[in-house]
Design a protein around this ligand. Structure first.
Ligand code: HSE
Length: 406
């Protein structure tokens, strides 16, 4: 029998305990041995909980117990979670986690300790919730040169954007609902400002390049600037608005990464990824596009991915199966030099001034502009990010909103 410890009995931690208990027979069959939760570490007591007798408050009990070979870190954050993970790995105990913040910030070091101690640091649940994405990149697509990764990687914001689009719901009401459903981060700013998606694309990009990607250097825009008028224009144009995390591995070896809302055509595979679902399109040089789709947040889907990692650790005791990436840093391209088209919205009275600023005087018909209510919306030609921002600065308050086009 394999004994494990769960650090943090919150949404995901309690989900891991539940998945292992409810799917006991399947877990046994997959792992080849029974897996039992011996300890649950949390600051709180859980009177009346079926697993209350497993709750402890001192991590050293876990660290010093030779029977514990696998630890699930579902605490979140980069404080105690980092210390506990490091100590567990140094003691040769494998660690499975959903903690993308920790993987993005200290993954390089933690993967290296795991390799030195012949154990594993696995983090399938850290990106895409329950969607298998880390394992396919590490084991199935190893002959591919991955050219780009494009994903809807945050369930909370996708849920909010979907409800704003389909139910004309109020942003704050939907955010509250997402929190109640257990989708949002403790501080939902990380979701709505795009930082959570930024950490996830950093992890995926590190995996496909084999190099460390600094999440803090990724250009990130969240969804707080999106309003109901944007959805009306998008729908008129046969497009949807999605928060995309996107990385492109350029021919010069640099990586171009950003997180931002995009207008995407209905024909794009990610346009039908709605609600809390996540989707990732990986483009390989031999395979072309592959879409991964599933529940990107929530207790049981995320816990299922952590439990699958536990099973992998159980099957591979004494053997490191995931190298992840090394200490060399990926070189980031300057996001301001990227070229693309934009959707621009302005007051109807400023339509010709704003359209001319991008298209020139005789060319504004090419902008596919439309008037709706008191506003005018159009598409710019391909333009460098930095030139676009400069023009918007010059136009000042004439521009009411702008969204990148995919
Ligand atoms: N807050 C995250 C999300 C949880 O909404 O996607 C899953 O990582």
């Amino acid at each position: 029998m394999i004994k494990i410890a769960v650090l943090g009995y919150g949404t995901v931690g309690s989900g891991v305990v539940e998945v292992i208990a409810r799917n006991q027979a399947r877990v046994l069959e997959s792992a080849g041995e029974e897996i039992a939760v011996k300890y649950i570490l949390d600051l709180r007591e859980f009177p009346g909980d079926p697993f209350e007798d497993k709750v402890i408050h001192d991590f050293s009990t876990i660290l010093n117990d030779a029977e514990i070979s696998i630890v699930c870190e579902t605490m979140g954050g980069v404080g105690p979670a980092y210390q506990f993970t490091k100590q567990a790995l140094e003691a040769g105990k494998s660690v499975c986690t959903s903690n993308k913040e920790l993987v993005a910030k200290h993954g390089t070091e933690l993967l290296s300790i795991a390799a030195d101690r012949h154990c594993n640091y696995l983090f399938e649940a850290s990106v895409g919730g329950g969607i298998p994405i880390i394992r396919p990149i590490s084991t199935s697509l190893t002959a591919e040169q991955i050219e780009s990764v494009t994903g809807i990687l945050n369930g909370t914001t996708n849920y909010i954007l979907t409800k704003m689009e389909t139910e004309h719901a109020d942003y704050h009401d939907v955010l509250k609902l997402a929190q109640e459903l257990g989708y949002a981060e403790r501080n939902p700013e990380a979701d709505v400002e795009g930082h959570d998606a930024g950490r996830k694309i950093a992890i995926l990009t590190a995996l496909v390049t084999g190099r460390e990607v600094d999440a803090e250097k990724i250009y990130t825009e969240g969804i707080t600037g999106i309003c109901s008028a944007d959805f009306v224009f998008a729908s008129e144009k046969g497009m949807k608005i999605k928060l995309l995390a996107r990385s492109r591995i350029r021919e010069d070896g640099k990586i171009s990464v950003l997180v931002a809302p995009f207008m995407i055509p209905l024909e794009h595979p990610l346009s039908s990824v709605d609600d809390v679902f996540n989707g990732v399109v990986l483009t390989g040089n031999m395979l072309g596009d592959t879409l991964f789709y599933g529940r990107g947040a929530g207790k049981l889907p995320t816990a299922s991915a952590v439990a699958a990692d536990v099973i992998d650790c159980a099957r591979n005791q004494g053997r490191t199966i995931m190298r992840g990436w090394g200490p060399e840093k990926a070189e980031m391209a300057d996001a301001a030099e990227e070229e693309r088209r934009f959707f621009v919205r302005c007051a109807a009275s400023a339509a010709s001034q704003v359209a001319e600023a991008f298209w020139g005087k005789d060319n504004t018909e090419a902008s596919e502009g439309i008037f709706l209510a008191e506003e005018f919306g159009f598409f710019t030609p391909v333009i460098r990010e930095k030139d676009f921002r400069e023009k918007c600065r010059e136009l000042g308050e004439c521009v009411s909103g702008a969204i990148r086009l995919l």
